[in-house]
Write a protein that binds this ligand. Structure first.
Ligand SMILES: O=P(O)(O)OC[C@H]1O[C@H](O[C@H]2O[C@H](CO)[C@@H](O)[C@H](O)[C@H]2O)[C@H](O)[C@@H](O)[C@@H]1O
Length: 309
């Protein structure tokens, strides 16, 4: 009788411990989820805090193009940046090492930005050209034939879908579906994924209303940021601990760069997005108009800092 009573008590204790443990784990998971999805503080409101210990530091600025320097539009060939944005980026580039790191083909990004004293990384980092170099660094050259083959198959696969289009880059393919009827958008994604399954060297990533096809090779926007920083440090004898690296971007592929800067002392990721979103960026800006405002603040701060030296 007594033994039965003790057994019952033990069972109750285990149930209580189990429920309490479960509740604690759930609370931790919820907190983690909330933190990961938390909207990052505004980089404009936090500007003084961000720049508080930047005096005397070297600034390396990395800018995404679509959705960051230029607003998103239906036709990728009409994604222009404003002349005011161009002016501020150009002025900043004369004071800080500035790079455009885009998912676009490098020559396309250059033709939209139209600023000479910038470093350019195109095709999500598969083609990088520093200002003073004549040759681009292209870690995925050997994949060009397979990309061309895949592009032909993709064109065939989506040709009947109204509004779907293919953007060809030397080192990748973008399958756009922004102008496809809502109910057919899933089909475009599915067809693109199915077609690429036949190419073991290629992979697919998601973007904003676009499926990005690229080689499985070791490159992305994070590698591009690291590569440019290393090259600039070597060429300019930078003390890397004194370099602040800022990346501003809006899309999934920009997370590779945010991840690199998250781990780096003196790294600052700024996500351009109005919504609560999973990100490795530390701050946020709502849209290209706010990006322009932030860049103007950075320019004024930099000019003042130079004058004080
Ligand atoms: O890394 P980014 O410079 O942001 O480039 C990412 C992709 O941007 C472009 O597509 C996006 O912008 C278009 C124009 O606003 C829009 O029509 C499309 O729906 C967006 O996905 C570009 O066309 C792609 O090549 C880039 O990979």
């Amino acid at each position: 009788m007594c033994q039965l009573h003790t057994g019952h008590k033990n069972k109750t204790v285990w149930i209580v411990v189990g429920v309490a443990g479960g509740a604690v784990l759930l609370a931790i998971a919820l907190l983690l989820w909330w933190w990961l999805l938390a909207k990052r503080p505004s980089a404009i409101d936090s500007f003084n805090k961000i720049t508080a210990n930047w005096q005397g530091k070297t600034i390396a600025l990395f800018l995404d193009y679509d959705g960051t320097l230029a607003p998103k539009v239906d036709n990728p060939d009409e994604a222009y940046m404003s002349s005011e944005m161009r002016e501020v980026v150009q002025e900043l580039a004369s004071l800080c090492a500035t790079s455009v790191v885009s998912g676009r083909a490098r020559d396309k990004a250059e033709s939209f930005v139209m600023i000479e004293n910038l470093h350019y990384a195109g095709s999500h980092g598969a083609e990088i050209k520093l200002i003073d170099e004549t040759e681009a660094y292209e870690p995925a050259r050997k994949y060009v034939p397979v990309i061309n083959q895949a592009r032909e198959r993709l064109e065939e696969a989506i040709k009947e879908i109204k509004g779907a289009s293919i953007e060809h880059k030397k080192f990748g393919i973008s399958v756009h579906y922004r102008c496809v009827e809502e109910e057919e958008q899933e089909l475009v994604k599915k067809l693109a994924k199915q077609t690429i399954k036949g190419f073991s060297e290629l992979t697919v990533t998601k973007g904003d209303k676009v499926v990005e096809v690229r080689p499985k090779a070791e490159f992305n926007k994070g590698f591009a940021v690291k590569y440019i920083l290393e090259q600039l440090a070597r060429k300019n004898n930078w003390d890397s601990s004194q370099v602040v690296a800022i990346f501003i971007g809006d899309d999934k592929t920009d997370e590779d760069a945010f991840k690199v800067l998250w781990k780096r002392v003196g790294g600052l990721g700024i996500l351009v997005n109005k919504k609560r979103k999973w990100t490795k960026a530390s701050y946020s800006l709502e849209d290209p108009a706010q990006v322009q405002k932030f860049l103007q603040m950075l320019l004024s701060w930099k000019k003042k800092a130079e004058a004080e030296v």
